[in-house]
Design a protein around this ligand. Sequence first.
Ligand code: IMO
Ligand code: MG
Length: 421
Amino acid sequence: MNVDVVLGLQWGDEGKGKIVDYLAQRYPVIARFQGGPNAGHSLHFDGTSFVLHSVPAGIFRNNTMNIIGNGVVIDPVIFAEECRSLEALGIPVRDRLMISKKAHLILPTHRIIDAASEHSKGASRIGSTLKGISPAYMDKTGRNGIRVGDIIAHDFRDRFLALKSKHIVFLRQFDYAYDADQGEENWLGAIEYMKRFPLIDAEYYLADCLRENKRVLAEGAQGTLLDIDFGSYPYVTSSSTTCAGACTGLGFPPTRVGRVYGIFKAYCTRVGSGPFPTELHDKTGEMLREQGKEFGATTGRPRRTGWLDLVALKYAVTLNGVTDLIMMKADVLDAFDTVKIATSYIIDGKEIGCVPFDTHTPITPVYREFRGWGKNLSAIRKEEELPYQLMAYIRFIEEATGVPVKIISLGPDREQTIIRD
Ligand code: IMO
Ligand code: MG
């Protein structure tokens, strides 16, 4: 058996939570491979909604084991809050969730460094979620980090205090007021809570699953255009959000990658700074934001909005080896008379079909226009009932990417999902 991977193809917020929850019924094991509480994966069912930040989106399914992989960074406080609210809903979280000992911890001082660093950048700030993601990954690659497996060590507290002291020295370079002790007691309390979960060598666990022919789904966070290597650097997150990141973030070989589900919205959004060639600053953009309820699940920030960018989508499909496309939020386009897709960019007077290296290059997108469908899609449950204008839109994307759109989502609910064979 192979590991199937599900990931975002844009700048995050594609709807990964809904799709992982949906696909989870077919997988006994769901494993998150990177990112941290910068993620906000929303799920809606039975009239309720829930936003997950660290816990994989298979947690609501009976008989599903969820794993937080080594590639993830965990803030114990956010993790404990999230698990406690799941427990309050009657979810037996501790029976359904295991954590890799090799996942790294986000300390309270990582969050302070994140804020101080962003503050010092002024207008060129990244627009980070300020959850301490980048400083935690810096300590990981800088070989200073503290891992989940360390929490049971007898000298854990000393290691924590030693890293905190390093952070205080590091913070001297910034002109930034902070209280280094703030949240510390809470954090140490959350560490005690974490000890109640099975802390495992997830790479061995997954190898056993594959040997026993158990299906595993690897869940990504953020999106390909926020990838540390291939995103619009430096306006990216600090982890590998692409398919390759699933291998390093969980510990299974590339030869065992199975299907790669690439999720994209029928249009584009971005939250935080950085290039966004098809961004709309006008009424249409506002309408996309309103219709799509495009406000951050983690930070509440209004998201930037624009038309679908096929240049970027093709890049993401190629980087990840996507086998199945999943199109989200087509219903948001219901109210538009015409919808557009960017098919190439004009840079310095030349038309090009690839994503440029320089993130500051002014880009003018070339658009292809499509007729809107003038119809409410949210109640449609069968492919045959989809308007032909929408099918033309989808076929165009399939032809350009060479990958079939296998799932069409027409709303946040589990029921509003059309599967195509
Ligand atoms: P999900 O998993 C959308 C963005 C931030 C910022 C940049 C760096 O819900 O799709 P960071 O906190 O990682 O240092 O921020 O990345 N970002 C996201 N945008 N969805 C996310 O996650 C994001 N996680 C980070 O807005 O621009
Ligand atoms: Mg998000």
